[in-house]
Design a protein. Structure first.
Length: 124
């Protein structure tokens, strides 16, 4: 369940802040929950609970605001939230780079073995 919450938190940060220069967003609560429900069916209360948890973890500032017409969230990304977001995004690329380095290292070992075998194995 915790892993799924992390996935939803990343999705929330991604939806709100990726490609946007503003570190503060005002979103309609119901339409935002509808967007989050695309990856997992979720209620407004559950989204609020996750946002409150993210606020407690010092990732965002979060205020639920009820106006005459609608119910809105005011969400501001904090520096720790920026770091969390960027570090989680880079994990996938780190894995790919690791595999690439491993393959190069493996190729060099095979080349070294081939060269040593040909030099010392020689023709008898």
């Amino acid at each position: 369940m915790k892993d799924n919450n992390k996935k939803i938190k990343m999705y929330i940060l991604n939806k709100l802040f990726i490609g946007k220069k503003a570190k503060k967003q005002v979103v309609n609560a119901y339409s935002f929950c509808h967007e989050v429900s695309k990856i997992q069916l979720i209620t407004v209360e559950k989204v609020e609970k996750l946002l409150t948890e993210m606020k407690r973890d010092n990732l965002i500032d979060f205020v639920a605001n009820k106006s005459e017409k609608d119910y809105n969230y005011i969400i501001k990304l904090k520096p720790k939230g920026e770091y969390f977001f960027s570090s989680e995004q880079s994990k996938g690329s780190d894995f790919i780079v690791g595999i690439f380095v491993y393959l190069i290292f493996f190729g060099l070992i095979l080349l070294l073995v081939f060269v040593i075998k040909n030099i010392f194995g020689g023709n008898k």
